[in-house]
Design a binder for this molecule. Sequence first.
Ligand SMILES: C[S@@+](CC[C@H](N)C(=O)[O-])C[C@H]1O[C@@H](n2cnc3c(N)ncnc32)[C@H](O)[C@@H]1O
Length: 298
Amino acid sequence: MDEYENSTSLVEYNVVEAFQFINGRRYQNSNEPIYMLPIDNIEAERLRKVHCLMRLIFKGNFSSPIEEALKSGGVKVLDIGCGSGAWIMDLSTENSSSTFVGIDMVPIFPKKCPTNAAFLQCNVLDGIPFPDATFDFVHQRSLRLAFTLENWKATIDDILRVTKPGGWVEFCELDLCIRNMGPTLRKILNGATQYHAGVGVEPYVVPFLKHILAKTDKLKEIYFVETSTPFGSWGGKLGEMTFDLMVEEIQGMNPFITPILEVTNEKFSKMIGELETESNDYETSFRYIRWFGQKKEY
Ligand SMILES: C[S@@+](CC[C@H](N)C(=O)[O-])C[C@H]1O[C@@H](n2cnc3c(N)ncnc32)[C@H](O)[C@@H]1O
């Protein structure tokens, strides 16, 4: 059993109120926009692999120019919606003189972590529980299935509030305008889009993000890095890895998508099975994007 295995503090958490259990997976149960991915140890394991994929395709854990400051020490870093905590674990291990905090609404982060790191359970939509100008670097990755556009604006304002003047903020998201999409993937994506439209979540946030950041007028400049990632074995090992992790994500959406598509679990599994050939025939690919910027000093 590795150190993460028992990372979910179910005992400390009111599981009856907070979660619903469907097809053996654990999901959020709340009045807020319902986050459609499972929140359990299986998902934490998937997120750790996605973290490795992100590090590989971006050739590093972040794009903001803070490497030297992190190594020098004394830098305070916050990760919003930290999930498995893999990003915080990597950075805190590599930069032992800086301080790292990960926050997530569900404690799927590790219980054990380096002494310069901490994890905190909180819903970021209730406000980030830190005073103004606390952090030198605030990072947020893959929250596109969790926020309405209003949530995005409020969270970005709050992130900039807790960032020190001269500090850096960074966001990373998958662009759902997928290249060379085949009919089955399109059908599944349409099902997810319909679900999100019903609960107000905006998964197609990529085209808005730069605009929302610019509107705050709190950043000196907004930079971005874009990567293209193959989906399917047509793209070699990287394509296979992306495919497997994305298919696992789609499988996790089953309880919310099957009623919309009006298909049984078996039919949904069959559709997922078709994706392998389809993605190779179409040479489907995804775009991950990072935006980052430095908070103005005044
Ligand atoms: C797709 S995962 C990404 C995790 C991590 N950022 C990564 O890149 O590996 C999204 C995470 O956001 C968390 N989340 C969703 N809504 C949240 C909220 N309102 N407040 C805090 N965390 C939230 C989920 O629990 C989940 O762990």
